[in-house]
Design a protein around this ligand. Structure first.
Ligand SMILES: *Cc1c(COP(=O)(O)O)cnc(C)c1O
Length: 481
């Protein structure tokens, strides 16, 4: 299996070569040269597989440079019931991603695929946990070390830390805005005592943290000497790990070959729904892929009109589904590449326009018509919608959903097709977003047992000035390089 850049750089790369890297040298994103295919017979044979073995079957189609027995050991180590133990009472945790039927709506079943039962209560664990094990494996094989530098306002940083804690050859330096995260999020990250995890609380806001990461990454000498890497959402292994649960969701929602399922996906960086698109390109019978955004509706605007217009960070709204507060979707380029019939020249021109003019317009073109073939539809949700949806789902079905999942449910209901199950991806548990749950329901969300009293645990973190030089010195002092 060889990989290509969306912008045409044509030195073929293997899975292991792109695993630890970021962007391709031409600024593009990596994709396989051809999507591997899955037959209806293969799908039926996968029905009885536990999640870990299903993950092995899907992943081995994308990475043929890791020996089969090693890959199987990695997926079994990653997708164990003990790691995904935070499911609601009554859900089958052995499935890793339990499917729960909410009820009959619009002539079909509205269902919820639980992707948030991992250690940080958000779906990012599904991919990040695999990444931690893949990184440790690949670094060990190459005799190398990696120092991961990141900036977080909550979800991604904690998923990365819980995936990398205790891993040989890996250290994590995670910048977060000092005293700006919720008490729960702060406790989740800062209570980790593993010696390879470094929480750096920067005296500034999230954008300052991101600027420091950029400044460090732009110092190429330093970056090479300190072996700095990232785990951001463009990482191909993260996308491909997410492809697996579309297969699992389809298998759980159907009983036989050829049956169609739609998925509704709360979207920000377009990583999650891009994985759904790839599953569909592999032959999974998906009807619609519903892109649900919050008030930051760049993607909804594109899917309705064909105009892609990125916003500046100052124009990004801070919403009650904060993990979707994104104005430039970093994985979108992978999808546009397919929309353009994999024409790298055309793609490079469009994304030059994104940099120069802040966007592009495909309205009225044959390329834009292709989004119908690909099954994409979209919608947006607001704070009021979120609150009403959380209330409604609680009253009608007796279950509490988080704010991001509520956006997914709200938009899913606008795209129901009789007879086609609608599976909403549950991207976080409500315990993470207590403020809005209190506003909607008047009480605290339920907390998984493992998180009782987490705010009282001792915390390990270092306060840093908003200064890249100080961060660089700190990292160098702790890598010994
Ligand atoms: C990251 C995240 C999203 C958005 O996923 P993308 O892959 O960026 O589109 C949605 N909900 C939650 C809870 C998240 O953490």
């Amino acid at each position: 299996m060889n990989y290509q850049s969306t912008r045409g750089h044509d030195v073929p790369q293997t899975f292991s070569e792109i695993l630890l890297g970021g962007l391709a040298p031409d600024g593009g994103l990596y994709l396989p040269k051809a999507y591997p295919q899955v037959t209806a017979d293969e799908l039926e044979a996968w029905r009885k597989l536990p999640y870990a073995d299903l993950a092995y079957e899907v992943l081995r189609k994308f990475c043929d440079d890791i020996p089969a027995e090693d890959l199987r050991a990695l997926t079994r180590k990653t997708y164990r019931a003990e790691v995904y133990a935070n499911a609601r009472a009554g859900d089958n945790t052995a499935d890793i991603t339990p499917l729960r039927t909410l009820g009959a709506e619009g002539g079909t079943q509205l269902q919820l695929l639980g992707l948030s039962n991992g250690p940080t209560l958000a779906f990012k664990d599904m991919a990040m946990q695999l990444l931690g094990n893949l990184f440790e494996y690949a670094l060990g094989r190459a005799g190398k070390e990696l120092n991961i530098l990141g900036a977080t306002s909550g979800d991604t940083g904690s998923a990365a830390e819980y995936a990398m804690r205790g891993k040989r050859g890996i250290r994590v330096f995670m910048l977060s805005p000092h005293r700006k995260m919720s008490a729960f999020q702060t406790a989740q990250m800062f209570s980790l005592q593993d010696p390879n995890i470094f929480n750096l609380a920067v005296e500034g806001v999230f954008d300052d943290c991101q600027d420091i990461v950029k400044a460090v990454s732009n110092d190429l000498d330093y970056k090479a000497r300190q072996r700095i890497g990232t785990v951001n959402s463009i990482n191909w292994a993260r996308v491909v790990a997410q492809v697996v649960y579309y297969f699992k969701g389809w298998l759980l929602a159907t009983t036989g070959p050829g049956q169609k399922v739609s998925f509704s996906v709360p979207s920000g960086n377009f990583g999650n729904v891009c994985a759904g698109h790839i599953a569909r390109m592999m032959g999974l019978p998906i009807d619609k892929l519903v892109v649900a955004t919050n008030e930051n509706d760049v993607l909804d605007e594109f899917f309705r009109t064909g105009t892609y217009r990125v916003r500046k960070s100052a124009e990004t709204y801070h919403t009650s589904s904060p993990s979707m507060d994104i104005s430039k979707a970093s994985n979108f380029e992978r999808f546009v590449f397919d929309l353009l019939g994999q024409d790298a020249g055309k793609l490079a021109a469009l994304f030059r326009d994104v940099e120069a003019k802040g966007g592009f317009d495909l309205s009225g073109t044959p390329e834009f018509e292709r989004i119908r073939q690909f099954g994409f539809v979209s919608g947006r949700s607001t704070h009021a919608d979120r609150v009403a949806t959380i209330q409604g789902i609680s009253e009608r079905y007796g279950i509490t959903i988080d704010t991001h999942t509520a956006d997914g449910v709200k938009v899913a209901r606008e795209h129901l097709t009789p007879g086609v199950p609608m599976v909403v991806l549950e991207t976080a548990l409500p315990a993470k977003f207590a403020d809005t749950i209190r506003e909607a329901l008047g009480h605290e969300p339920e907390r998984p047992a493992a998180f009782e009293g987490i705010e009282k645990l001792p915390q390990r973190f270092e306060v840093m000035a908003n200064d890249a030089a100080q961060v660089k010195a700190y990292i160098a002092g702790h890598t010994g390089l």
